[in-house]
Design a protein around this ligand. Structure first.
Ligand code: GLY
Length: 444
């Protein structure tokens, strides 16, 4: 199967790795990838493309004659890439623009949940500061303020500081057509459960947990995610089935009823509260960095599952088989992240880290820079071979994955690998894949 993968971040590197790793003689995968990520480019033929331009993606998909387009990030989906690819009769893993509203608009997601009878936090959608302040009065602290638009993981502020909450709401409202969702704070640990969906059938992956705040002990601002692990030993066995029955399936059924069937990956962000399972958010694509841990545990071939989700045939595909192994992902971030990132520093130690058995390193924000003197480059002619160095070029730079028989081993392995890698300004959390000793979850 020839697959065009759109997107070139850490999530896409992890998806590409899983497609290649699980490729079999019966289901060989040939990958075409988006240029711009030096490690991802090693896994397939790379093409420069504008992922936000549906026509450009269609041009690549048709000229490469691919069997399937897999869209990694949310922004191309919201821009209508899946719709354009479908118009050309090419199967696409990723929802249409209308179905992608489940992530693009928090208030839309709330309406769908209300219509589908799915439990979530009580909320108000506000377009003025008067409405925001009234919502704060009604719901009380901690204040949860969500930008009602895509914000690359930085649209949510949870704080007990009302002035901070108001500042975030004002910033969101100051945009043309800006709106915010103010909602009740959900207590309890968070779980990410990804589900494949083909418009009707739902097939869950394995639960994972993301570490969203930048600092140890969940201190500091929200990020796109600083690490993740799977499985979750503290989560009751029946949680996956309950989440599918109470959340994912009702939402997929409701989207079909509305005439906007959802095909792709429904990311259910959930809080395991004292009152039961509650939805925190939906995303319409694989989560980052949970994917790096979850797909590492997949033993089945990934490509046929993505193809089945894209073509409405998930019910005919055997359920995915999962390894008993644990996987832990630790994100190594640039100085300054989640604020403006300090980039351009040489990265060393990746080869040594990957020599550890059970370790691999996903690239999220790296690029290659020529290190030769510009004068030599300018003077060089036909035979000149430039020297490249790998540098950090984004906020989240590397996702270091450790896989082992137990979570303790996988965590130790991931951190041993992190210790071997260096770039100036680098920071990471040191408590990924840990949880409070007294953590106990019961599903009402
Ligand atoms: N890990 C959070 C996200 O992918 O949105």
């Amino acid at each position: 199967m020839k697959v065009l993968l759109v997107g070139n971040g850490g999530r896409e590197h992890a998806i590409a790795r899983a497609l290649v790793r699980t490729s079999t003689p019966e289901h060989p995968v040939e990958l075409v990838v988006q240029a711009g990520n030096p490690a991802l480019e090693q896994l397939g033929r790379s093409l420069t493309m504008d992922p936000l331009d549906p026509k450009d993606v269609v041009r690549r998909a048709t000229s490469e004659n691919v069997d399937l387009v897999v869209v990694g990030p949310e922004a191309p989906l919201v821009a209508g890439v899946a719709d354009a690819v479908l118009d050309y009769g090419i199967p696409v893993f990723g929802p249409t623009k209308d179905a992608a509203r489940l992530e693009a608009s928090k208030s839309f997601a709330k309406q769908v949940m209300a219509d589908a009878g799915v439990a979530t936090a009580r909320s108000f959608t506000c377009t003025t500061m008067d409405e925001v302040e009234a919502a704060f009065d009604d719901l009380g602290a901690p204040y949860v303020v969500k930008d009602d638009a895509l914000a690359a993981g930085k649209g949510v502020v949870v704080t007990t500081d009302r002035a901070h909450a108001s500042r975030h709401a004002r910033a969101c409202l100051s945009r043309d057509g800006g709106a915010v969702v103010i909602e009740d704070f959900l207590d309890g640990p968070e779980v990410s459960l990804f589900c494949f969906a083909d418009g009707a059938t739902v097939v869950p992956l394995q639960p994972a947990q993301d570490f969203k705040r930048v600092g140890d002990g969940n201190e500091g601002p929200n990020t796109g995610g600083m690490g993740a692990y799977s499985p979750l030993p503290w989560l009751p066995e029946e949680a996956t089935r309950r989440i599918v029955d109470e959340v994912a399936q009702p939402v997929i059924t409701e989207m079909a009823r509305r005439g906007t069937p959802f095909r792709g990956l429904l990311y259910c962000g959930l809080a395991m509260t004292s009152k039961g399972i509650r939805v925190v958010e939906f995303n319409v694509r694989f989560g980052d960095p949970e994917t790096q841990a979850v797909l590492e545990r997949l033993d089945s071939a990934l490509a046929p599952i993505l193809y089945a989700a894209a073509t409405g045939t998930l019910a005919k595909v055997p359920a995915p088989v999962w390894s008993e192994d644990a996987a832990v992902t630790v994100v190594m971030a640039s100085g300054g992240y989640p604020g403006p990132a300090d980039t351009g520093h040489e990265i060393t130690g990746i080869d040594a880290a990957e020599e550890l058995e059970g370790v691999h390193v996903i690239h999220a924000g790296t690029s290659e820079e020529i290190t030769d003197d510009p004068a030599d480059v300018a003077a060089g002619c036909c035979g000149f071979e430039p020297t490249y160095a790998l540098v950090n070029s984004g906020g989240r730079v590397l996702d270091v994955v450790g896989r082992a028989a137990t979570l303790d081993e996988a965590r130790a392995l991931a951190y041993r690998a992190v210790d071997l890698i260096h770039f100036d300004g680098e920071h990471h959390r040191s408590d990924i894949a840990t949880w409070p000793a007294d953590l106990a979850v019961t599903l009402d």
